[in-house]
Each structure stands twice: as C-alpha cells, then as structure tokens.
Ligand binder design. Structure first.
Ligand code: AMP
Length: 191
C-alpha cells in the first residue's frame, strides 16, 4: 500500500493537493477535518463534540480523533492506500496511527510537508472564508489560534517521521500545478 501523510499548517493547500494525489495514485482521501464537518452537518454526537473545539481553533481530543480515524480506515476493503490529510496532528496520534497500520500489516510510506510562511497562510485562509463557509476561516483571532496550535502541538510530528527517514519538505508557494509537480516528484522518488 501507498500511505501518504500530507502535512502542513492550516491554509498550506493540503485539501487541494490531496485531490491531485488521489487522482494520480488511486488513493483513498481521509481528511479528519472533513469527517468532523460532515458530522457537524449531520448533527451527530461526534459533530456536536467536535464543533466546540473547531470553532475555538483547538484540536479535538486525541482519543476521539483516533477512534474516528480508525473507524474510517476500516470502512475500505483492500484499498491501494490512503492519503491522510490533517492527521496525525499530535505525536500521540502519530504513534496510534503507526500501531494501527501495523495491525493491518502496512505502514506510512511518506510524510510530505507543505511549507508556507505565516503571512501567506493568513491571507489564504481569509480568502478561503469567502467561499468555504467555514467559521474558523472567517475570524482572524481563530486563524491566529489555529496557527499557534499548529506550531505548538502539530509541528513536532514532523520529527516523528524524520526519525523514521520518512519526511520530505515541499515548497508550498507557487501555482497549484507547480506545487502538484513538486509533490508528484517527491512521491515518485520514494515509492
Ligand atoms: P482542517 O479541516 O484540517 O483544517 O481541520 C479543522 C479543525 O478540525 C481543526 O482546527 C481541529 O479543530 C479539527 N481537527 C481536524 N483534524 C484533527 C486532528 N487530527 N486532531 C484534532 N483535531 C482535528
């Protein structure tokens, strides 16, 4: 299986680039943010719980997120692989993912990190708010909080994969097509 973690701060382009990757490599796209938003829309108990954290720009607790991710992964019968978008966001999630994939006799192939500087992220998120309908994109204070949470809790996850020689950084500035080409090159070199 080809299992890719697409990593990067909010607004780095993970969702957009995931679409390109799933198309080229035939992977299943798992975005924890998308699953949470679908649950909010469906007014499930999980959605209700996740909403309070998401609206505040905080991470949903690890246990909830890990259980949710597990139940998503096992929905698929013999997939070619997964692209994990927005997961793992903490070291505890990365450890749980490794253990879980191990049980399924597979592992993470590669983590690709999209690198974009903070000022650009803030601009992109505010622009995205115009059409995303996401309340967490529309409020500069929440954007600030999400970037802070990323720097404090999520950025260290990079070291987890670096230690396994699985991390590669990609310049996330440029046109969508340019960034896609960089991503394809990084994936092709590592499979
Ligand atoms: P995203 O769509 O990836 O920007 O995620 C939106 C929000 O969903 C985040 O700000 C978190 O509140 C929540 N979320 C998504 N993925 C995770 C995760 N792996 N761990 C904890 N919270 C998450």
């Amino acid at each position: 299986m080809l299992n890719i973690v697409l990593f990067g701060p909010p607004g780095a382009g993970k969702g957009t680039q995931s679409e390109r990757l799933i198309e080229k490599y035939g992977l299943v796209h798992l975005s924890t943010g998308d699953v949470f938003r679908a649950n909010i829309k469906g007014e499930t108990q999980l959605g209700l719980l996740a909403k309070s954290y998401m609206d505040a720009g905080k991470l949903v607790p690890d246990e909830v997120t890990i259980n949710m991710l597990r139940s998503e992964v096992i929905k698929y019968d013999s997939p070619k692989g997964f692209i994990f978008d927005g997961f793992p966001r903490t070291n505890a999630q990365a450890e749980a993912l490794d253990a879980f994939l191990g049980e399924l006799q597979t592992s993470i192939t590669l983590m690709v990190g999209l690198e974009v500087e903070e000022a650009e992220l803030k601009q992109r998120l505010l622009k995205r708010a115009e059409f995303s309908g996401r309340p967490d994109d529309a409020d500069p204070a929440i954007i600030e909080k999400r970037i802070h949470v990323y720097n404090e809790e999520t950025a260290p996850v990079k070291s987890f994969y670096e230690a396994q020689n699985k991390f590669v950084a990609i310049d996330g500035i440029g046109s969508i097509d340019e960034i896609t080409q960089r991503l394809f090159a990084a994936v092709d070199k590592n499979i």
